[in-house]
Write a protein that binds this ligand. Structure first.
Ligand code: DP6
Length: 327
């Protein structure tokens, strides 16, 4: 007896950043965040519940997953099984259409796709907010990838919420890929270390809600200038807080700084473009849809930028297929 479901979820980039946990055990965020879901970066995950399996197994981009990444997947599967009253083990097969663990938020799309595929394979008709809560328990940014367009996750919130649909604000997000290979410090460890050692952490937690409000208002008002200014400050404040940790958590590379400089130069010459960076060296640049081609060319021109991935607001996480009888 087996039953499988396959789901696609898109990556998201936070415009108001999440960094730090209010509750480590339950993985509840310390600050509110708001993100843009990206059409060009996605994860497709299938979950097959198979009575013949003795333990859960997982593959990511044709490689077997082991150790802590496998433990995180099993934890999510266990939550789904507990809810469905099942014991059956699962085979998880996942593909990213972008470099895994390079700071392109692969855990966000990955856990959102896994949560949706696992609930459906288990025969649960969970609402999006429940899928979002399941994803959030594994990786808080994944809660936001359940929704397309713009999504938010409140401080201490169980699940993300939709802020605006993909067609609300015709933006482009250009991902300047500055390096390949996995990141040095994962975001979960990076934020715990920051919370424990950075004297700026308390200031970050105090000021982040204000920036979140600004970002949210600017998204709803379709105001790119206001959105870009608040998003840049949110990213820089988050990184300032990491830089003040001991030892410092540094995700920037020299190319990261060069791309930031190029974006500032574009602005000085009259093009609205704004940067944001996450737990990796890549730079994501927000601009108007109409300016995307020329801004992408300017970013690709920076020495050390290997690739520029052009993204627009992406769709909700969705099911591709379900096979087999309900368990
Ligand atoms: C810098 O969601 O990866 O991308 O909840 O510990 O899995 P965990 O952390 P994660 O952190 C993402 C941090 C960020 C900013 C953001 O996406 O808001």
């Amino acid at each position: 007896m087996s039953r499988s479901a396959r789901a696609v979820a898109h990556s998201n980039i936070a415009l108001a950043k999440y960094w730090g946990k209010a509750d480590v055990e339950r993985n509840l965020p310390a600050v509110p965040s708001l993100s843009l879901t990206l059409d060009a970066l996605s994860t497709t995950t299938s979950v097959e519940l198979d009575a013949a399996l003795e333990s859960d197994e997982a593959q990511l981009d044709d490689h077997a997953v082991a150790g802590r990444p496998l433990a995180r997947i099993i934890q999510l599967l266990d939550r789904v099984r507990a809810r469905a009253g099942l014991e059956t083990r699962a085979r998880v097969v996942s593909h990213n259409d972008f470099p895994t663990a390079a700071g392109l938020a692969s855990s966000a799309s990955g856990f959102a796709a896994l949560a949706l595929a696992a609930t459906r394979a288990a025969g649960l008709e969970t609402a999006p907010e429940e899928v979002s809560a399941l994803a959030r328990a594994s990786s808080a940014s994944a809660a936001r990838s359940v929704y397309g367009g713009f999504a938010s996750l409140g401080a201490g919130a169980e699940a993300a919420e939709r802020v605006a649909s993909p067609d609300h604000f015709p933006l482009a997000m250009l991902v300047a890929v500055t390096a390949t290979g996995p990141k040095a410090v994962g975001s979960t460890d990076g934020m715990q270390h920051t919370a424990g050692t950075s004297p700026y952490y308390a200031a970050w937690v105090e000021h982040a809600p204000q920036l979140y409000d600004e970002v949210r208002r600017a998204v709803l008002a379709r105001d790119l200038e206001a959105l870009g200014a608040a998003a840049e400050q949110s990213a820089l404040m988050m990184h300032a807080c990491m830089l003040a940790a001991r030892p410092a958590v540094v995700y920037f590379s020299p190319v990261t700084l060069s791309v930031m400089e190029r974006v500032r130069a574009l602005r000085q010459s009259g093009t609205s473009a704004f940067y944001t960076m996450d737990a990796g060296p890549h730079v994501k640049v927000l601009t108007a849809l109409g300016a995307a081609t020329s801004v992408a060319a300017a970013l690709f021109d920076v020495p050390g930028v290997g690739r520029v991935i052009r993204c627009a607001p992406g769709p909700d996480a969705h099911l591709v297929d379900v096979e087999g009888a309900a368990p």
